[in-house]
Unconditional design. Structure first.
Length: 147
């Protein structure tokens, strides 16, 4: 089974003034740490929410020109037995390169592309067979009767 794993990372950044600047620096810093070994990991801004009111917050918290940025790192793990196995592999692979950065697994989704492709091919074959029957050319005698 193949799984898509999303891991949240808390990346510290220094000498920043705005949340946008902190996010850009954090993405760049994380990309440098992951490449070239894990260049297949997708890096995106994290989503944070207020625990009291539920409003969405900026992905970076800035205080005294230092920031902590929430990033989401997404990777696909192949040939695993369970979701927990995929989660451990993703944390280990990413954690080895992002030392001293806290990680938390947010999402583990099973990828069932092979099964979906087979079903889509079966459906298209059935549709093609039905359309072949409908679009068959009329018999010669039928054409002659119309004139």
């Amino acid at each position: 089974m193949d799984c898509r794993v999303v891991v949240e990372a808390a990346v510290p950044v220094y000498d920043v003034e705005t949340a946008d600047e902190a996010v850009r620096i954090a993405i760049s810093k994380t990309g440098e740490m992951l490449n070239p070994d894990l260049n297949y990991v997708e890096i995106d801004m994290g989503k944070r929410g207020c625990p009291h009111c539920g409003n969405e917050l900026e992905p970076a918290f800035i205080a005294a020109d230092e920031g902590l940025v929430a990033l989401e790192l997404e990777m696909t793990v192949f040939n695993v037995e369970r979701d927990e196995h995929a989660s451990r592999i993703a944390r280990k692979e990413i954690g080895q390169r992002l030392q001293n950065i806290p990680l938390e697994v947010l999402v583990v989704e099973t990828i069932e592309e092979a099964e979906e492709k087979e079903e889509a091919e079966d459906d298209s074959r059935e549709t093609d067979e039905a359309s072949d029957d409908e679009e068959a050319l009329p018999e010669f005698e039928d054409l002659m009767d119309e004139k």
